[in-house]
Design a protein around this ligand. Structure first.
Ligand code: NAD
Ligand code: DAU
Length: 332
């Protein structure tokens, strides 16, 4: 299969491209703006099977260049993804997540692309105190990030109804694993713990997230790409739910630290209390999560411990400035 993977140089996208090249022998074109979160290093082990086109999804000429003489499917990961950054600067989220998705959809239609998979998130459903969201749950968004993702999902569905483009949407829960930029909870806490920096926990630390190992999400997306019904939404949720403080304590234990590194800090505005996804529909396609949280976290901590080449340039670059601005303290 020949795939266009937009946002394929980021965390989930690069793990997905690795699976498609190694397990499916696909030819992959990655279209990526290479923002702070996108790095060619994330794909460097994949050699000639991957062609990287640097460009924005909201640029029609770059999208046309990436499609070239045709692709079998587009899988769109490209997005601004960090909730905290969406609170301090929402414009980029609308530009990339909404307008960029529109440009990709138009290109898919013009070039007769057979299938379009939109990578979306459980955050479009908002927070749930008990039980789990299904694909029928209403979209109730809390942050500019989740609002922009929900807007894109609605556009994607309109392209099926209006133009007959074969679209499917995959909504994942919180991913973790190798190559995740350290602004997100797990890599941030792992790297801070490895460096003896404080671990900043928002609010009371009792918010709950539904953790999904990134390779399991990739397998779920591949199931939806191959077997999903056009026009449908598929939730892909992780097998375990934990409070943030449980996650942080486990990271401290795995890195040989004690709880004196924990620092409770001001809560995120509009902070969703709990996410939980029901995944029966994607299970009916044959998918099952394979990695429980305890094992996935061990693998993730080991990867960060063993791959300083990957995070050292990040910790001394844009991320350091972001961290100091956002948390009001320096990294060690
Ligand atoms: P990420 O921030 O690590 O990667 C995003 C990638 O998109 C980067 O490579 C970046 O350079 C690229 N990009 C950003 N703006 C672009 C633009 N205008 N044009 C082209 N490329 C652009 O994010 P991630 O965590 O890998 O998330 C990937 C997708 O999965 C996103 O759509 C996100 O909403 C969704 N998602 C993420 C999670 C999660 O837990 N991380 C869970 C469910 C869904
Ligand atoms: O649920 C899927 C979503 O998961 C994706 O769509 C988003 O792209 C992704 O960023 C993620 O959103 P969250 O807001 O859940 O992830 P984040 O890693 O930012 O935060 C996870 C939890 O940890 C959340 O309750 C906030 C808390 N947190 C986060 C940071 C960065 C802290 O307590 N301290 C922190 O420093």
């Amino acid at each position: 299969m020949k795939l266009l993977v937009s946002g394929g140089a980021g965390f989930i996208g690069s793990n997905f491209v690795r699976q498609r090249v190694n397990d499916h022998r696909d030819e992959v074109v990655v279209l990526d703006k290479l923002t702070y979160a996108g790095r060619p290093e994330n794909l460097q082990d994949l050699g000639d099977a991957v062609t990287l086109v640097q460009g924005a999804i909201e640029d029609p000429a770059k999208v046309a260049q990436a499609i070239g003489d045709g692709v079998d499917a587009i899988v769109n990961f490209a997005a601004e993804t960090h909730v905290d950054r969406s609170i301090s600067g929402p414009e980029a989220f609308v530009e990339t997540n909404v307008r960029g998705s529109l440009v990709l959809l138009e290109a898919a239609r013009e070039h007769g692309v057979g299938r379009y998979v939109q990578i979306s998130t459980d955050e479009v459903y908002g927070s749930i105190e008990e039980g789990s969201f299904t694909e029928e749950s209403p979209l109730v968004t809390s942050s500019p990030y989740s609002a922009s993702k929900a807007g894109a999902d609605l556009l994607v569905q309109s392209y099926l109804h209006t133009y007959g483009l074969e679209t499917v949407i995959c909504r994942g829960s919180n991913n973790y694993g190798p190559y995740q930029y350290p602004e997100k909870l797990i890599p941030l806490m792992v790297l801070n713990a490895l460096h003896g920096d404080k671990l900043p926990v928002y609010g009371d630390g009792l918010n709950v997230r539904n953790w999904l190992f990134v390779e399991d999400f990739g397998r779920g997306i591949s199931h939806v790409l191959a077997h999903g019904t056009p026009g449908e939404v598929y939730n892909v949720g992780g097998p375990d739910e934990c409070t943030n403080i449980e996650v942080v304590r486990e990271i401290l234990a795995q890195t040989g630290n004690d709880e004196s590194l924990i620092e409770y800090v001001t809560d995120r505005p509009g902070h969703d209390r709990r996410y939980s996804l029901g995944s029966e529909k994607v299970r009916a396609l044959g998918w099952e999560a394979q990695v429980r949280f305890a094992e996935g976290l061990r693998r993730t901590v080991a990867w960060y411990r063993d791959n300083a080449w990957w995070w050292e340039p990040i910790r001394s670059g844009e991320y350091r400035e972001y961290y100091e601005r956002h948390y009001g303290r320096s990294l060690g």
